[in-house]
Design a protein around this ligand. Structure first.
Ligand code: FAD
Length: 277
């Protein structure tokens, strides 16, 4: 199949999930010419978004792609290819890592390598992300929570009556239940109707703080950022020394295209990024 070579960009971002979306959001309004390549399309807002039958039985939003396990057996992976990536179905839980998560940790099979940054380095960025995503929460109840420079932007989501009862009983036993930090628009001016779905369901009213609504769409308000959907990157092309990625090949509209850039951001999710590399 012939490959058509297109114009070049400063930055090409592969994948529009929370990883790629955060980069696009940060580069919006700068001088950099940015292209986001996303294999999926926009997830439609429709009645089936909130239907357990459609979501779990028909698996309406899950990819129809077939993968193979280590023994060559085919299976349909739990992957969702849409603008916004997996945050279109995530549960809105917006936790910060704990300080100890950045250290080397002993596991049964060995010790993990400590991160090159610490919690304190990332703290201002957590604060900024919570603002962008409109996180509801309450500091002070969780004894493992790390220090924070700012309060949560919104008060915690009130518990359902049955959960409130369990919460009180746990407290009476000396335990430390706490409100889950949640990125959802359940405040004055917000669109959440407390439908009772979130985890694994797309949001029909756009109330979830997801990568499409909070990062990609605001980034696209700026002329320097463009999004191209239905564009699956199939190959990364290195320079002659094999040290630097200078181009990417992608399939769009049944044809292969090649795009060049000074910088490529590979944010296609844990498995697809690894597969591309
Ligand atoms: C049901 C469910 C509930 C979850 N709940 C929570 C939660 O409450 N809190 C939490 O913190 N996390 C939660 N997670 C996990 C969280 O959603 C993911 O960790 C996060 O979305 C990953 O973001 P990412 O940008 O790294 O990758 P992804 O979201 O996978 O984004 C990658 C993007 O790249 C695109 N792509 C893939 N391959 C290519 C290619 N070759 N070319 C072009 N584009 C490509 C994909 O379509 C996708 O849009 C949940 C996940 C699921 C499935």
């Amino acid at each position: 199949m012939s490959v058509s070579v297109e114009k070049s960009y400063d930055v090409v971002i592969i994948g529009s999930g929370i990883g790629g979306g955060a980069v696009a959001f940060s580069l919006a309004g700068t001088g950099a010419r940015v292209l986001i390549l996303e294999r999926g399309e926009r997830l439609p807002r429709e009645a089936e978004n909130w239907s357990p039958e459609a979501v779990f039985v028909e698996q309406r939003y899950r990819t129809r792609e077939i993968w193979y396990d280590g023994k060559g057996r085919p299976f349909r992976p739990g992957q969702f290819y849409f603008v916004g990536g997996h945050t279109k179905v995530y549960g809105t839980a917006m936790f910060r890592f704990r300080e100890r998560d950045f250290e080397g940790i002993d596991h049964a099979d060995g010790r993990t390598v400590a991160w090159p940054v610490r919690y304190a380095d990332l703290e201002p960025w957590y604060a900024s992300a919570e603002r962008i995503f409109g996180v509801h929460g309450k500091a002070g109840d969780d004894p493992t929570e790390p220090p924070r420079s700012t309060p949560y932007p919104h008060p915690p989501i009130p518990h359902e009556p049955i959960v409130a009862k369990a919460f009180d009983r746990m407290r009476a036993l000396g335990l430390h239940p706490f409100h889950m930090p949640a990125a959802v628009d359940l405040h004055p001016g917000g669109t959440c109707v407390r439908c009772g779905t979130c985890d694994a369901f797309p949001c029909q009213v756009g109330a979830k703080g997801d990568a499409e609504t909070r990062l990609i769409d605001p980034a696209l308000q700026h002329a320097n950022v463009a999004l191209q959907t239905g564009s699956e990157v199939t190959r990364l092309i290195a320079d002659e020394k094999g040290k630097r990625i200078v181009a990417a090949e992608y399939r769009h509209g049944g044809k292969l295209h090649e795009v060049r850039a000074r910088l490529f951001v590979l944010s296609a999710g844990a498995i697809n990024s690894a597969a591309l590399l």
